[in-house]
Design a protein around this ligand. Structure first.
Ligand SMILES: [Zn+2]
Length: 132
């Protein structure tokens, strides 16, 4: 594992995610989704048809994504990613950077206290994050 090089990773897009002009917070999203899940489950218990469970898949998937975001602070969707700041604010970002070793696409890995850049082709290609 080499982490001696510094590479530049640009954020081509960095857009705060807002709902009705208000910055979206991860804790708020988790709270709303858990309420939504409880609603669909109790509706299912009450009316005993599968419809609320089928509709409930949507908040369930969003809930899983939010939990992953809570753990990893960043979730990738193809070229785009959703990042969570230390304050819990959500951002839509697009990262761009090439691995200096093999030219592969770079991505940020965030773990509890550390943050580093990793190549998508080879996880052995690790670099320090240079903030610009
Ligand atoms: Zn690489």
């Amino acid at each position: 594992m080499k982490k001696n090089k510094k590479v530049i990773l640009k954020r081509e897009i960095e857009k705060p995610i807002k709902v009705w002009g208000k910055q979206l917070k991860l804790t708020r999203v988790l709270l709303i989704l858990s309420v939504g899940l409880i609603y669909f489950i109790s509706l299912y218990i009450e009316i005993k048809t599968l419809t609320p469970l089928i509709i409930g898949i949507i908040p369930a998937i969003l809930f899983i994504i939010s939990l992953r975001l809570y753990q990893n602070r960043i979730v990738y969707f193809g070229n785009y990613s959703i990042e969570c700041s230390n304050a819990g604010d959500l951002y839509l970002t697009k990262l761009k950077g090439d691995c200096p070793t093999c030219g592969g696409q770079l991505k940020i890995v965030k773990k509890s206290n550390t943050e580093y850049i990793q190549c998508q082709n080879n996880t052995e290609h690790k670099f320090y994050l240079e903030v610009n």
